[in-house]
Design a protein. Sequence first.
Lengths: 151, 151
Amino acid sequence: MANELPGMNLKAIGIVRNEVNQVTTGGYDWQDVVSEVVIDRSLTEALDNLDEFSHIIVLYWMHRTSRQPPHKMHPKCRHELPLVGLFATRSPNRPNPVGKATVRLLQRQGNVLKVQGLDAIDGTPVIDIKPYIPGYDSVTDARAPKWITKR
Amino acid sequence: MANELPGMNLKAIGIVRNEVNQVTTGGYDWQDVVSEVVIDRSLTEALDNLDEFSHIIVLYWMHRTSRQPPHKMHPKCRHELPLVGLFATRSPNRPNPVGKATVRLLQRQGNVLKVQGLDAIDGTPVIDIKPYIPGYDSVTDARAPKWITKR
């Protein structure tokens, strides 16, 4: 398979600003964290109408991770949880460290989006912003194993 | 803002196979389209346990799009819909053409995932596979404007 396709390079369109500088293994409670997503000023107009949505999807580059992790792992590094395939987890360590978060959009002011629940540390490069569309992005009858949600 | 960060290059981890070769402006009804997502054989083991989930998230590279689209547009090229900011739409033409689809996982067989509803044409490079986690990926009280869902 052609792994190295030409042109698959990303440009940061913005950056995450919050008070979280580091995350220890095992996770962090992001639910109430408020972040600013500061978008490049040249793209300000492209954010128009985004605040008609209550929630948005943020794609970001998890810049402090390993791109060559083991293919099997214990979720959240917890050894009491089963050993599973990397792609069955949301581990930030993956071949392409692109994170995807669905967050509440609290406010848009010019090129700055204030959001709640974004699980990305301060300084994280932002790749894309998309509106969250109920029905397209959500599933009513989805099934997931218990180990993925275990705290 | 530092737009060109080092190392933000993607590797295809797989490719989409289906019978859709081209999409005309205005969209396509993808709901019933069945695709095969063929993952690089070296990553087969990393797919273990994925089939414990009914739905997965596919990130893919929309390779036949423009990366320098206008910042304001009519959704789906329909002029009766309002002129809105690019990031308030799901247009495939965006600075970083990374698509995100939530799809039903019908079957996993070795390095091949059979999925339903993936809105990507044949030959689309795949960047990442994530499990869909109800509650984390879904929002119960989300609000969206009418123009985004209008057919």
